[in-house]
Design a protein around this ligand. Structure first.
Ligand SMILES: [Zn+2]
Ligand SMILES: [Zn+2]
Length: 244
């Protein structure tokens, strides 16, 4: 029933006049008006050398300071208002047309990056199967498809989520790491390959790190990430068990 009403809403999106999802001003096409687009909080350097999170005067952000599972990461927006709303619409409300905007922006970042653009293969971070069924689509899979056609990097589903994991939102950093530990299985050959992981949001990086770890275990040469949005850095030395 929920799926049906969401699908109906999505169908109306194509018929009814559109309004900007951020300011609700009526627009001719797209989902976000030009004015709101201009003020999206885009990521600017200096960036963490591991995950691509903006940092201040240091090589790695606070989340990547103790380990370096990702070889390089890039993100388009900071996951702060109003970018969080954009992602939320994309993720939960079947606003799949937002995928074009996000996917093309991410593809632009990848093409401009001398390392990410050399990836041999790109793969979406999978959801557990019943989550995909409930939501009717996997947001990272849609992004990966657009990025692949824009960049020419082949898309392969190289990961399988072998168990469901608790939603990470209210978990501390350490709990997030334990929550996703062993949750992914590699399918296919990644030996000596440079693998690019695609997802919508990167927060602590626990999920991406776990994916990178299993790819490395299977002989991947390097693992990169590209996300639509990334949470801001926090001051060093503030690792705590509080949810982040
Ligand atoms: Zn607007
Ligand atoms: Zn980082």
């Amino acid at each position: 029933m929920i799926i049906f009403s969401d699908a109906l809403k999505a169908a109306f999106d194509f018929i009814l006049p559109q309004s900007c999802i951020l300011c609700e001003k009526e627009i001719e096409q797209g989902m976000i008006c030009n004015n709101c687009l201009e003020y999206l909080p885009l990521v600017n350097p200096p960036l963490c050398t591991a995950c691509g999170r903006p940092t201040k005067d240091r090589l790695r952000c606070a989340f990547c300071s103790s380990e370096k599972p990702l070889d390089r990461g890039r993100a388009w927006m900071l996951f702060i208002p109003p970018a969080d709303k954009v992602v939320h619409h994309f993720k939960y409300r079947l606003k799949t047309r937002l995928a074009d905007l996000l996917g093309r922006a991410m593809a632009g970042i990848i093409k401009a990056d001398h390392i990410l653009s050399q990836a041999d293969v790109l793969t979406p971070v999978p959801l557990f199967w019943w989550k995909t069924l409930r939501r009717t689509y996997n947001q990272s899979d849609i992004l990966a498809g657009i990025i692949s056609s824009e960049t020419g990097i082949a898309q392969k589903d190289l990961l399988k989520r072998t168990r469901n994991t608790r939603t990470q939102t209210r978990l501390s950093e350490e709990a997030r790491r334990q929550n996703v530990r062993g949750a992914f299985e590699v399918r296919g050959d990644v030996y000596d390959k440079n693998v690019l992981l695609v997802d919508d949001v990167l927060t602590t990086g626990a999920t991406m790190s776990e994916c990178a770890r299993v790819f490395k275990e299977h002989g991947a040469a390097a693992v990169y990430s590209c996300v639509a949005a990334i949470t801001p850095d926090r001051p060093h030395g503030t690792r705590s068990n509080r949810p982040v």
